[in-house]
Write a protein that binds this ligand. Sequence first.
Ligand SMILES: NC(=O)CC[C@H](N)C(=O)O
Length: 380
Amino acid sequence: MKALLALEDGRTFSCRSFTGPGEARGEVVFNTSMTGYQEILTDPSYYGQMVTMTYPLIGNYGVCPEDVESDRIHVAAFIVKEYQEFPSNFRSKGTLADYLIKSHILGIEDLDTRALTRHIRKSGAMRAMISTTDLDPESLVARAGQIPAMQGSDLVQYVTTRKPYFWKYNQPDYVDAKSLEDPFIWRHKGKKHSVVALDFGIKYNIIRCLENAGCEVLVVPAKTDVQTIKRLNPDGIFLSNGPGDPEPLTYIVETIRELLDNFPIFGICLGMQLLGLAMGGKTMKIKFGHRGGNQPVKNIDTGKVEITSQNHGFAVDLNTLDKSKCHLTHINLNEDSLEGLKNDTIRAFAVQYHPEASPGPHDAAYLFNQFAKVMEHAKA
Ligand SMILES: NC(=O)CC[C@H](N)C(=O)O
């Protein structure tokens, strides 16, 4: 079925929908991973974004129920060069097209994704519309320009969990919101450390990695107040990844600021940006972001280079952090941007990239054990 992709700056791409009729809108970004499309689709940090893959053939290994990073698809649309409709994979339980159709998510193919990627790289991530019904370039470009900007809006409210949950049998085990008032909520199922994970759009594999590092994880809604968290008295606090601009999330920054002195803290991606804000720094939007599984990051403490998975369009501004309080731990080797920070006095640390990346690379998986060690020391 014929479709049109229109960017807000007037560039258009004619293409084809492989998921039937529909319309979609959002910020268009590119991801350079060769695999992991199902993890990308279900990563809540992509809420409000239409993702184009630079790898040209997508769909060839189908979809598998175990490969999700949350309970639903979060991307606004999926853009590929060529959709492969006959998957070949013993784990596969269905096709990518059927998976998207079931969730009413538009998938388009047969456009020059290299040209689209180069355009975004030159001009920056931008708002766009896709339609199978409105094929008039002028009209669709105009509509793309009317989409609310990502900067300044709180997108966490749309993806954070409504009810708290533990992790059981490899899925969420929900508990009543009221039960957070009970300090004896912990189940102590043979785990060493209790961790409250503030959910801004957490990926399931983060919970798995924390559990593997000996933590019992209680995931709580983003708006959970400081008193409730203090009453739960966890051994540590985890700040999750999540979509959109960190700056408007002032209610979360306030919460983190009040927790800083009391608990060991580990943050990933949006979690690092919010930690940066809580420590007095500033964040900014970067031109087209880092999204892919091949970003080289140097660990300044060890001198080792890690190949990392990334997905972010905002970053902590290095120059706004008080370097006497805050120690830079990781740096991006492609463009010298900040990838990790640590505050030794208050036992908080965070990274901008994704050590939990389920499809890999797994070079940075050591960070979960590092968090367990910090909690261990805090208890000693
Ligand atoms: N993966 C994330 O947590 C993304 C963080 C933030 N929304 C950004 O785009 O920079």
